[in-house]
Design a protein around this ligand. Sequence first.
Ligand code: SF4
Length: 205
Amino acid sequence: MNHIEFNKLKENFKRRNIEVSYFETLHEVQQHIFEIIPSKSTVGIGHSVTLQKMDLTNLLIKRGNTVYDKELGNTKEECMRIKKKSLLTEWYITGSNAISIDGRIVNIDHSGNRVSAMSFGPDKVVIVVGKNKIVDTLDEAIKRAKNIAAPLNAKRAGYNPPCVKLNKCVDCVSDERVCNSLVIIEGQSDWSRIKLFIVNHECGF
Ligand code: SF4
């Protein structure tokens, strides 16, 4: 993404009350997260390959944060309890399936906890996005979420909807479907709530 495109993206999100920052590396992102989130804050983590790459959950726990990440649960019930607690945290950190230069954040979710937290609940939300997730328009963002992110996430999570073999969405209706929620964030009423961190790397799906 060149400077002109980035400035356009930043301006479009700013008009929608979403703050955009740019980072060269995931290490820079992690350092900035540590600067803005107090070490005593509660933090919810929305599952993301990008955040796992940063080992963010363990780093936050080590510095004293109370972290609610479903990956810390040992049973299905415990994971559910953690997912619910993460909805009422001071901070929530997650990734995204796609963002568009015209100013939208698009996510598909299986159980809905991640898209719920992004929309309402936690006081502040940080969304970390690699350059591979950026497309021009809302339509392209939805296409990316359904045809690229969903099949890869389904495979990673051990589900087997048709898109895993076909590498494209056929709008399946089955128990294996991973896209039970498709949520488009079009803007925010509170300027400082969602912070979008763009990283100059290919991160996650
Ligand atoms: S609707 Fe079904 S086929 Fe389409 S992306 Fe979701 S899980 Fe895959």
